[in-house]
Design a protein around this ligand. Structure first.
Ligand code: ASP
Length: 344
């Protein structure tokens, strides 16, 4: 692994806890600019890379990030793609897995690292996790072997682990170890050494030009099932004006109630041109439609299996495909194919 002082890395600071300070007047956390972060991490200068930064104005709490913001991030990468060897995106942790998933679908033929990171504690605090997360994310974005990027993927680096962005989920609002990749191994693990798991990293075949997809259709919804789910509620969701894609978060390996009215609602939505995507509400494992009677009926109704996709990747993939493909059958086809390593 080698990186040189010439290695140019672009840091895109969107906001999040990493850049927050405590405002005594309002007694809440408010964002600061990137120069402040810089001051809190003097080690940045010792890395020896050519670090440049772009700051969102205003910086955002990640709860306010939406497809328009994903497009801004992707456009910054697109405009600077040839001038930098890697990109680090500083982002709030709350929706980081959504943004990382979305960008993985937007950046086709990506051959450079795009590493998301942030922190649980603001960078100004003594016990912050932000300093280490930022420094190591930059090292990973700059890492090369024989002149090529070691991790040419959209990833999340957090608390000593590098994971594929579209396989990652935020699972703790408390621990420094806030993210998890339940169905795919880490791409790198950090201890005394930075160990890359090359066999699990995706490397592009040949040199293809970066293609950035910027169309999203937000006419989607997620319906999380629970015992006792009310018919009025299901009907209200399914009959949402303009709804094109419905993700049902099912039990276990993709199971749902076999109530007649429930299956009839799903069938009716599909018949009218809608797409239903079955994603498990379990943290790990996969949908296997047909394994039980309670999922066989979904399969027969024309529901599409989400296999082992995360909820974050499922909703961003559906928005991306509905925005990109004109025909329903193509959306269904690509839901079943791994576009950026998001399903096994
Ligand atoms: N609310 C913050 C955000 O997601 C939380 C964080 O950064 O950890 O922007």
């Amino acid at each position: 692994m080698k990186s040189s002082s010439e290695t140019p890395i672009l840091i895109i600071y969107t906001g999040g806890t990493i850049g927050m300070v405590h405002d005594l007047k309002t007694n809440s956390l408010v964002p600061i600019d990137f120069n402040h972060i810089n001051r809190h991490v003097p080690e940045l200068g010792k890395l020896g890379f050519n670090l440049q930064s772009v700051t969102f104005d205003p910086v955002m709490d990640s709860s306010n990030i939406d497809p328009g913001t994903w497009i801004r991030m992707a456009e910054i990468i697109e405009e600077n793609y040839n001038d930098y060897d890697g990109f680090v995106i500083l982002h709030g942790t709350d929706t980081m897995a959504y943004s990382a998933s979305a960008l993985s679908f937007m950046l086709e033929n990506l051959a450079k690292p795009v590493i998301f990171t942030g922190s649980q504690l603001p960078i100004g605090l003594l016990r912050t996790d932000g300093r280490e997360n930022l420094l190591t994310a930059i090292e990973i974005a700059a890492a090369k072997k024989k002149g090529a990027a070691l991790v040419p993927e959209v990833c999340i680096y957090f608390d000593n682990e590098l994971t594929r962005g579209n396989r990652t989920t935020k699972y703790s609002a408390e621990h420094f170890d806030a993210f998890n990749s339940p169905n795919y191994p880490p791409l790198a693990e950090v201890g005394l050494h930075l160990r890359y798991n090359s066999e699990d990293i995706h490397y592009p075949a040949g040199k293809k030009k970066l293609r950035v997809h910027k169309d999203f259709d937000t006419n989607v919804a997620i319906l999380k099932l629970f015992p006792g789910i009310n018919r009025n509620f299901v009907e209200a969701v399914i009959n949402t004006t303009g709804l094109k894609g419905l993700i049902i978060e099912t039990f276990g390996s993709g199971n749902a109630p076999t109530y007649k009215w429930f299956i009839a609602e799903l069938k009716n939505f599909i018949r009218k041109g809608g797409i239903i995507y079955n994603v498990t509400q379990c943290h790990g494992g996969s949908v296997e439609m047909g394994l039980y009677e309670t999922s066989r009926q979904l399969l027969a109704a024309g529901v599409v299996s989400g296999r082992d996709i995360t909820s974050e990747a499922s909703v961003t993939k559906l928005m991306h495909l509905l925005g990109t493909c004109r025909k329903k059958e193509n959306v269904i086809k690509y839901l079943g194919i791994s576009l950026a390593g998001e399903i096994s």
